[in-house]
Ligand binder design. Structure first.
Ligand code: MF3
Ligand code: CO
Length: 257
């Protein structure tokens, strides 16, 4: 069942996704060599709670933290740990969710720590651009496959891998609603996009092979070849006039300068 949201509900989803954006910016300001991912998780949890929201990843299907923090070859769902120490040249994907006023926010951003290699910089740029290209297809009358194909075609033209096992999703009262939004697929296929739908688009892109492994902790997903992976996610409402992005990467990027 796909739930269509009213304008008022979309504004509550926007409030959540703005808080997620502000939290990602706050975490981004604390990412530097020597800090642990556990510390960054605490920064995020305190920030979310001090703004009157709940970190909805915590306890989700038993997930043990407020954020997922995935470094280098970890694709997604890295569990924050006091043993994972950030160092210069790392890439750090931070994915987090809030819950307030009955709705969820969910977005992710991959940060570069200091100077990263040119090839890693390009992986980040291409993954973010793929998200934008997918988002441009998020309009009423299109189908989910139009988003999927836009992401896949762009990413694969650089020789990068599109992770198949995980996908984007609807967002609302629940963190994960229908429809699923794969990052690969065919134009003109899949569920029809309608005004009032709110979806998260979240390409998970590998520099090498798209093969992944699930670690024994039951959560951590990393690349099989141990090459880096990037993940950007935002929430988009399908409106009369086209895609309405509810997340604000500008908040994150302005705070990095
Ligand atoms: N935020 C993730 C997503 O993009 C979900 C994280 S799984 C959780 O869908 F268990 F941490 F919540
Ligand atoms: Co998501």
């Amino acid at each position: 069942m796909i739930y269509l949201k009213t304008d008022e509900e979309i504004e509550l989803l926007r409030e959540n996704n703005i808080l997620v954006s502000q939290t990602l910016a706050e975490v981004g300001r604390h990412i530097k060599p020597g800090v642990t991912t556990k510390y960054l998780d605490k920064v995020a949890e305190d920030f979310i709670r001090s703004h009157g929201a709940i970190p909805s990843c915590l306890g989700y299907e038993g997930y043990p933290a407020a954020t997922c923090i995935s470094v280098n070859d970890t694709v997604v769902h890295g569990i924050p740990s006091d043993k994972i120490v950030i160092k210069e040249g790392d890439i750090v994907s931070v994915d987090l969710c809030t819950f307030m006023k009955g709705f969820n926010g969910d977005s992710a951003y991959t940060f570069a720590v200091g100077e990263v290699s040119d090839e890693v910089r390009r992986l980040l740029d291409v993954t973010k651009e793929a998200l934008y290209r997918g988002t441009a297809q998020a309009k009423a009358g299109n189908r989910v496959g139009d988003i999927s194909a836009a992401v896949q075609d762009y990413v694969e033209s650089f020789g990068y891998g599109v992770v198949r096992e995980l996908e984007g999703h609807g967002l609302g009262h629940k963190m994960h609603e229908e429809p699923g939004v794969p990052n690969y697929g065919a134009r003109g296929r899949g569920p029809l996009l309608k005004e009032g739908m709110v979806i998260c688009i979240e390409p998970m892109i590998t520099m090498g092979s798209r093969a992944i492994v699930f670690e024994r902790d039951g959560w951590t997903v990393r690349t099989r070849d141990r090459k880096p992976a990037a993940h950007f996610e935002f929430a988009v409402a399908i409106r009369k006039n086209g895609p309405d992005v509810l997340t604000d990467f500008g908040i994150i990027e302005n705070s990095l300068q």
